[in-house]
Design a protein around this ligand. Structure first.
Ligand code: KIV
Length: 308
């Protein structure tokens, strides 16, 4: 029996020792912090992150040794059944993030700011991010960023908030992007991502998250910034990797190509989480087969522009 606060949940019986199983995860034993994420960058280590939306799964993830959790606004789709992430409210995201905090007090916990909660003005963004931090107990907050958010990131960094700047495919901008297409396919697009990443670092972002970009673009960001970079379909050069957990578990209708195939979906869930952590720690995932392509002429142009 595991006891956390006033809630109790039976997640396994300790009385029957399991036979040795190399895929059995080891639980987190101390708090994983932003400093640990930075250290991973310094030591060329890799950090596993999963999305999480509830107390019970958060307990399982902490027990499986998942060091960092993102309460993504993908909750709009995988929890509420919406077609996009746009409809989810800030109050709902705060409630979920607080539940995950209660379930995984040791994990590095990132809350996600939903569409409409920070786009109105710097003041609105600062107030809403502070609400998220105060009410949920998260360690940092993720924002899908464009040039127009530099001032907000600077203000939040001045206030001491750890901001994860999300670049590349930004699902909240699906209207503008015209669909969920991977980003950084052309040298122009790739250069815009690299430049914005550098500006976000200068503005005070604590980490970067790159979603659905070719590995060469992620590598350029890694090489030209000093921040930890978490990839979500961004290849093997990033310092951490995140996927949407229901995709990992094979519960969603269409799994993105970069989500690892961990074999038998009938496996115990904590084993699947543990195996995900192991593959990232041992640099087995992401592999080249998970990469998005950049056409070779664009790659040559991108390489030339990076040099020039
Ligand atoms: O909302 C989310 O789950 C995300 C991840 C896909 C990175 O932003």
């Amino acid at each position: 029996m595991h006891v956390v606060g006033r809630a109790e949940i039976r997640i396994s019986s300790n009385s029957t020792p399991r036979r040795y199983n190399p895929f059995m995860p080891s639980p987190l034993t101390r708090r994983f912090t932003l400093q640990d994420l930075r250290a991973a960058r310094q030591s060329a280590g890799r950090v596993a992150m999963l999305t999480c939306y509830d107390f019970t799964t958060a307990q399982l993830m902490q027990r499986a040794g998942v060091p960092s959790l993102l309460v993504g606004d993908s909750a709009a789709s995988v929890i509420l059944g919406h077609e996009s992430t746009l409809p989810v409210s800030l109050d709902f995201m705060i409630e979920l993030t607080a539940a995950v905090r209660r379930g995984a007090p040791l994990a590095l916990l990132i809350g996600d700011m939903p569409f409409g909660s920070y786009q109105g003005s710097v003041g609105q963004g600062v107030n809403n991010v502070c609400r998220m931090v105060k009410l949920s107990g998260c360690d940092g907050v993720k924002l899908e960023v464009a040039e127009g958010h530099l001032k907000l990131v600077r203000r939040l960094a001045d206030a001491g908030v750890a901001i994860v700047a999300h670049l590349g495919l930004r699902p909240q901008a699906v209207g503008l992007l015209g669909g969920y297409r991977y980003q950084g396919r052309t040298a122009d697009e790739a250069m815009r991502i690299v430049t914005l990443a550098q500006r976000m670092e200068k503005a005070g972002a604590a980490a970067l998250l790159l979603e659905a970009v070719p590995a060469v673009v992620a590598k350029a960001v890694v090489d030209r910034t000093t921040l930890p970079v978490i990839g979500c379909g961004a290849g093997k050069h990033c310092h951490g990797s995140v996927v949407v957990t229901p995709d990992l578990l094979g519960w969603t209708a269409r799994k993105p190509r970069f989500v690892p195939d961990l074999g038998d979906p009938g496996r115990p869930i904590d084993e699947i989480f543990g195996e995900y952590v192991r593959r990232i720690n041992e640099k087995l995932y992401p592999a080249d087969e998970h990469d998005y392509e950049m056409p070779s002429d664009q790659q040559a142009d991108f390489a030339a522009r990076l040099k020039g």
